[in-house]
Design a protein around this ligand. Structure first.
Ligand SMILES: [Cu+2]
Length: 112
């Protein structure tokens, strides 16, 4: 169990060591993503992050929104204008979410 929990750290260290050899197109650290909430839309509507990556939603609208996963994994509560919510994804999968206040606002996070 203990060794298992260290494996992602070891992998990150290995990736960091190899980063200078990689092409510039490849990120050198586990990437995160930022999603802007504006005009009652999530932009971009689909992001892909690696396992262990974080996604931050930033609300630009003068209206509160939420980030609520369809399967119940995460639930931001109201995010006011200028505020953010961050969630770290630890398992691969495709996560559909919506704004619980405006359920027509829907988007997806892919973790792999
Ligand atoms: Cu909303």
């Amino acid at each position: 169990m203990r060794l298992r929990s260290r494996l992602p750290i070891l992998a990150a260290i290995c990736l960091a060591a190899l980063a200078p050899l990689a092409s510039p197109a490849q990120p050198s650290a586990p990437a995160g993503a930022v999603i802007t909430i504006r005009n009652f839309d999530f932009a971009p509507m689909s992001v892909t992050v690696p396992v262990g990556g974080s996604v931050t939603w930033h609300n630009m609208d003068p209206e509160p929104h939420t980030v609520t996963s369809v399967d119940g994994l995460f639930r931001s509560g109201g995010i006011d204008q200028g505020e953010s919510y961050t969630f770290r994804f630890t398992k691969a999968g495709t996560y559909a979410y919506l704004c619980s206040i405006h359920p027509q606002m829907r988007a997806t996070v892919v973790v792999k």
